[in-house]
Design a protein around this ligand. Structure first.
Ligand code: 5GP
Ligand code: MG
Ligand code: MG
Length: 183
């Protein structure tokens, strides 16, 4: 927890940076094998996926390209609604490309369901998902996630790209945010 001293803001650390690094190395080895000679295009969903994209891409041995999308999910409060607006679109044509969407976390999966439909309509050669974290509700969504870092309990977590009100993204570890921070 060296990026900022927020120990009192977390009730528990679920995954340390070392554990995250280890899991990313395992996933990168699978991607190296699955995408050898395919020059995949990694698409990061801003802002949360910045950390996992930068670590995953550098853990790969194969060539890859990177691009970014920013989306905003219309919803009441903290629940996402599945109605998504594209704030920043890709600069890359997906036609014939092997696309791997890189995500920080999937909760309800509503945002990603929309995004996958949108990306599929651009005729990529293949379209898969890597997510660093997955919440229990994501299992109910009809999304096929090829690469999963870790499954999480149904609690609000921060760190390693995940924020609360714009803060905590720069924590190395991932932990459960203490209720006193948001209540
Ligand atoms: P979904 O559409 O899958 O419900 O929404 C996923 C998005 O919700 C993530 O990209 C993230 O921005 C946010 N989110 C879901 N669960 C958490 C969590 O536990 N912590 C944080 N910081 N964000 C979360
Ligand atoms: Mg995300
Ligand atoms: Mg957020």
């Amino acid at each position: 927890m060296d990026a900022a001293d927020v120990t009192a803001d977390l009730t528990e650390i679920l995954f340390t940076r070392a554990q995250i690094d280890e899991r990313i190395a395992e996933i990168a080895a699978r991607i190296d094998a699955d995408y050898a000679d395919k020059n995949p295009l990694l698409i990061g969903v801003l802002n949360g996926a910045v950390m996992v994209m930068s670590d995953l891409s550098r853990a790969l041995s194969i060539h890859c390209a990177m691009d970014w999308m920013a989306v905003s999910s219309y919803g009441m409060g903290t629940q996402s609604s599945g109605v998504v607006r594209i704030l920043k679109d890709l600069s890359t044509d997906l036609e014939g490309r092997h696309v791997l969407v890189v995500e920080d976390i999937i909760d309800t999966g509503l945002t990603l369901t929309y995004l996958m439909q949108n990306l599929a309509s651009r005729n990529p050669a293949s379209l898969e998902i890597m997510t660093m974290f997955r919440k229990p509700d994501a299992m109910k969504a009809e999304i096929d996630v090829k690469y999963i870092g870790y499954d999480l309990p149904n609690q609000f977590v921060v760190g390693y790209g995940l924020d609360f009100a714009g803060r905590y993204r720069n924590l190395n570890d991932v932990g459960i945010l203490a209720p006193h921070v948001y209540s």
